[in-house]
Design a protein around this ligand. Structure first.
Ligand SMILES: Cc1cc2nc3c(=O)[nH]c(=O)nc-3n(C[C@H](O)[C@H](O)[C@H](O)COP(=O)(O)OP(=O)(O)OC[C@H]3O[C@@H](n4cnc5c(N)ncnc54)[C@H](O)[C@@H]3O)c2cc1C
Ligand code: SF4
Length: 477
């Protein structure tokens, strides 16, 4: 069957069709269409089956990519699904939102001269098809174990751990302060990258597998962390990072300057049909406004593209470095440009102008200097280069830091790293507290969904080992 493969020499790369810009600017639906069966087979057959799969090595989940590409090319989709889902809890989500250009596809060995295999799009196609065909079965543990694990946070790290622990037979309860499951998948990432039905479908699948969810449960607030520890044999903290990095400078406190996540959560809630007064009042709605977004990561890209869809009058992104040094996915930058966003590279805000609300941002041009110890170039303002961008809404998207977890959980013995993330043993995921583990962004700092899934799965194995050891120790007493 290898004759079906290695087609990259004559078959060009083809990503799934993108909806026309005018159409996609008008709604929050995903912008990429799905492969049809012929396109999925053809694109999968471009894989060279190279023998040293750098794509797998550079996938945080070490997905067996060449195997499922070959099975897809051969039309053996159910087997492709089995292999793909063996290493990834949410392949259809990663297929949509991983920055493949920096991970699997960016390391495809046919990349040079021929363009990589469209790995993400095939991965998404396999699992979407599996759902439609009824191949995705509820989690069915071989045995039920009398131990319970409490997971704080229903984001990708918590959910991946919940699934893996349930598979082993543990009784799993996931707590979240939000009213829906998914963490940033549901309330951070907009529908044009990841439609909400995809997340809701996984919520149902996890519930069907026997995982319990306790929502609107703010641990450390209404529900003390201590109570949770007493209720469960082990606890996993997977709370993500939510403290927005602040912006300084004159006028930075003016009304009309808002944090990115408030803006995105509002928009996502509106899309889910919730009543959102801050949207209806116009406070967190870009309609008819001149919008300036400050930052260059995924969050900034999601804000600019949300503002376009809310019919902003104009959308400008200010980023202090240049395009090559943007932390966000370059694919998303180019999608934003197509949708009409204006990028001011090498520009940083100096001051925010206005009396009772913001009316403009005064920015200064920057230049890149010599690399520092980390290898990243310094950025310095160019004297006398100030310019003004008019603005009715300024969105701050400068990244996130961890909340103060020992204070939030009223647990002074919860050890932190120098960055304020939770300190864990990198092998066991154990925090400084017995029986308390941590995974995802709260350990790693703001990262990627695929890394959160990886950490959640690995932490689950360690929690399983820990509970078995506890049982053996109790039996020996
Ligand atoms: C706007 C935005 C866009 C992004 N786009 C991408 C992308 O395109 N691709 C990509 O790979 N990554 C992207 N990321 C990063 C990605 O979303 C995160 O790395 C990932 O979600 C981290 O997973 P997590 O489970 O650790 O945390 P989260 O997804 O943040 O989930 C943590 C959960 O814990 C809950 N929680 C927190 N504190 C408490 C508490 N005290 N009590 C109860 N519950 C609590 C929260 O409500 C939340 O549901 C994006 C991030 C943002 C902000
Ligand atoms: S999980 Fe992400 S990095 Fe891994 S194969 Fe899928 S798209 Fe690529």
């Amino acid at each position: 069957m290898t004759e079906r493969m290695l087609q990259f020499t004559h078959l060009p790369q083809k990503t799934p069709d993108k909806r026309p810009v005018v159409e996609r600017r008008a709604d929050f639906d995903e912008i990429y269409a799905r492969f049809n069966v012929q396109a999925a087979k053809a694109q999968a057959s471009r894989c060279s089956q190279c023998g040293i799969p750098f794509c797998s090595i550079h996938c945080p989940l070490s997905n067996n990519i060449p195997d499922w590409l070959k099975l897809t090319a051969e039309g053996r989709l159910e087997e492709a699904y089995e292999i793909s889902s063996a290493t990834n809890t949410f392949p259809e989500i990663c297929g949509r939102i991983c920055p493949q250009d920096r991970l699997c596809e960016g390391n495809c060995v046919i990349e040079k001269g021929f363009e990589s295999v469209t790995i993400g799009a095939v991965e998404r196609y396999i699992t979407d098809t599996a759902f439609e065909q009824g191949w995705v079965k509820p989690i069915a543990p071989m045995t039920e174990l009398p131990y319970s694990v409490g997971i704080i946070g229903a984001g990708p790290a918590g959910l991946a751990a919940a699934e893996a622990l349930r598979q082993l037979g543990y009784q799993v309860t996931v707590y979240d302060r939000h009213d829906r499951v998914g963490g940033l998948l549901i309330y951070g990432i907009p529908g044009f990258k990841l439609e909400k039905d995809i997340v809701l479908r996984r919520w149902k699948w996890l519930e069907d597998g026997g995982i319990k969810f306790v929502l609107n449960a703010d641990i450390g607030g209404a529900l003390p962390f201590e109570t949770l520890r007493a209720q469960h044999d082990a606890v996993l903290i997977a709370t993500g990072v939510y403290k927005p990095r602040e912006i300084a400078g004159p006028g930075s406190g003016l009304p009309g300057i808002v944090p990115a996540l408030d803006y995105l959560i509002t928009s996502n809630r509106k899309g889910l049909g919730d009543a959102v007064p801050d949207f209806d009042s116009g406070l967190l709605n870009a309609k008819g406004k001149r919008v300036v977004v400050i930052g260059g990561g995924d969050t900034a890209m999601d804000c600019v593209r949300t503002a376009v869809r809310q019919e902003a009058q104009s959308v400008t992104c200010l980023y202090r470095r240049d395009r090559q040094n943007m932390p966000g996915s370059l694919r998303e930058v180019s999608n934003a440009e197509d949708e009409g966003v204006v990028f001011q590279w090498l520009a940083a805000p100096e001051a925010f102008l206005g009396d009772d609300k913001v009316t403009a941002v005064r920015a200064v041009r920057m230049h890149l200097g010599l690399p520092d110890q980390s290898g990243r170039q310094s950025v310095d303002p160019i004297a006398g280069s100030s310019f003004t961008v008019e603005a009715d809404l300024v969105i701050k998207a400068l990244g996130f830091d961890p909340e103060d977890m020992p204070t939030a959980f009223n647990e002074p013995n919860l050890a932190l790293t120098g960055w304020g993330t939770l300190k864990v043993n990198p092998q066991t995921f154990l925090t400084s507290l017995p029986g308390v583990f941590a995974a995802g962004d709260i350990v790693r700092g703001a990262s990627l969904v695929v890394w959160a899934i990886r950490d959640g799965r690995d932490a689950a194995v360690q929690i399983g080992d820990y509970l078995q050891l506890q049982t053996l120790a109790a039996a020996a007493e």
